[in-house]
Design a protein around this ligand. Structure first.
Ligand code: AMP
Length: 448
């Protein structure tokens, strides 16, 4: 998962992009970067680390101009973070270009093998670089047509922003798996971002979402943007995991506020757990808070913040090795003994991936004196690796792919364990449209 942002026709575009990236830090903490175009030259700054660590006031002396794109990278084990930091910039026949990408091209290896056999040299392991090569090799006269030609060879889930010297192109794959929204800045410029929480920070107004299969073209000095259907739009399938975990609760994804959806997921869990006897509901902060609140409101049980989160630590899942992950859960979460002693508690979290977090939490709660720990998860069992940009682990590591619910309950040491079913998830999401549910149902629908 990653965050992308683009700003055009706005003074200090790179600074606005920076704020956008700051608002979307939760989507990736491994590396960050911004490209901006000024005087027909594109400059890029990127490095590993958080947004505030990568950029300093001096960065914006370099990143001048009214157009900029930016990216936060979400880490995957083993990848070379610096080499794989975005934007990916280059020079080709039509000049300078820079690309940021959220998603995953499933035919990336095939494309890369072909390009390499034809003599291409790659600088990184990223599928985004494939797109750059395909654009550079296209014989089309205009960049727009080169992008269309390149993307018609790519299969996968992606939201993209492409910067040329004077234009910015925003594209979503034909299923619209990853989000991408357009906002209007107060000075008349535009901002395009993975999540609408980026708009709130820079006081931009939401205009609309980029549609599946659509290319939106913004041009320097032009007040209106244009739109082309470049990929045959399929039935839209936004990723359900955006609502469950990834997006910030204050974002609106495809017309639905994430906070409201999470509360509904929690309420659905509460209806499922009517028989549970507990003194109160405890969220796993921060990811489980809205669902726990929904659970408490539906069940009429009190809501207690009996686990405290240390905010100065990144998301534990993102750490590549199991040892570091184990320690980080403890570094991040600490239960309040005085509130928990002798109590029966319902603990609500958004998901179980490997089981590391839940196991540790149950252990910490019992150590703090909790009498009973009922773990309630506001999503179904994650049984299939996501291949559309989330980078969930292999089947071997996904606990629900290898154990039954009872076995997981035993493994994490809880008194009971409840997941939502896929139909319950879909109903809470609204049921009126299709979602990407691959992690739960194994329906890898992107084939063509
Ligand atoms: P685990 O400890 O491996 O079971 O991971 C579960 C925790 O990681 C949950 O508390 C989630 O909030 C979080 N999480 C779930 N899915 C992801 C993901 N794809 N990337 C990062 N964190 C995740």
């Amino acid at each position: 998962m990653c965050a992308i942002v683009g700003v055009i026709n706005s003074e200090g575009a790179a600074k606005t992009a920076y704020y956008g990236l700051f608002a979307m830090q939760h989507r990736g903490q491994e590396a960050s970067g911004i490209s901006s175009s000024f005087n027909h030259h594109i400059k890029t700054i990127k490095a590993t680390g958080l947004v505030t660590e990568v950029f300093s006031p001096a960065s914006f002396e370099i990143l001048k101009g009214n157009i900029a794109i930016g990216h936060n990278r979400y880490g995957t084990a083993g990848a070379d973070s610096l080499k794989d930091a975005q934007p990916v910039a280059g020079n080709y026949a039509l000049g300078e270009i820079s690309i940021v990408h959220n998603g995953n091209l499933i035919n990336k290896d095939e494309i890369r093998r072909k390009l390499v056999s034809e003599g291409a040299i790659f600088q990184s392991g990223m599928d985004t670089e494939n797109i750059l090569h395909l654009i550079a090799r296209s014989k089309q006269e205009h960049l727009k047509d080169r992008i269309v030609e390149a993307l018609n060879q790519c299969v996968g889930a992606y939201s993209l922003l492409i910067l040329s010297r004077s234009k910015m192109f925003a594209v979503r794959d034909r299923y619209g798996v990853r989000p991408l929204s357009i906002g209007r800045l107060k000075d008349g410029g535009y901002i395009v971002a993975s999540e609408t929480c980026a708009f709130d920070l820079v006081e931009a107004e939401f205009v609309r979402d980029v549609k599946p299969g659509e290319m939106v073209i913004f041009e320097e000095g032009k007040d209106e943007f244009s739109s082309l259907e470049i990929l045959k739009a399929a039935e839209a399938r936004i990723c359900a995991f955006e609502y469950i975990y990834f997006a910030r609760p204050d974002s609106v994804v495809e017309g639905k506020n994430v906070y409201e959806v999470r509360k509904k997921l929690g309420a659905a869990l509460a209806r499922k757990c009517k028989e549970l006897k507990a003194d109160f509901v405890v969220p796993v902060p921060d990811s489980g808070v809205p669902a726990a609140l929904g659970f408490a409101q539906e069940s009429k049980l009190p809501f207690e913040m009996a686990i405290v989160r240390n905010h100065y630590i990144g998301r534990t899942f993102i750490e590549p090795t199991q040892e570091v992950r184990n320690l980080k859960v403890k570094l991040k979460l600490n239960p309040i003994g005085a509130a928990l002693h002798g109590k029966s508690v319902v603990v609500v979290d958004d998901s179980i991936v490997r089981g590391t977090t839940s196991k540790k939490i149950v252990e910490l709660l019992r150590h703090a004196g909790a009498a009973h720990v009922h773990m309630c998860i506001a999503s179904p069992e994650l049984k299939y690796p996501e291949r559309y940009g989330i980078d969930t682990p292999s089947v071997r590591e996904l606990i629900a792919a290898n154990m039954s619910t009872d076995e997981i309950c035993k493994f994490i040491g809880a008194d009971s364990l409840t997941f939502l079913s896929v139909p319950e998830l879909v109903e809470a999401l609204g049921g009126e449209r299709k979602y990407s549910l691959v992690s739960f149902d194994g329906d890898y629908f992107i084939k063509d």
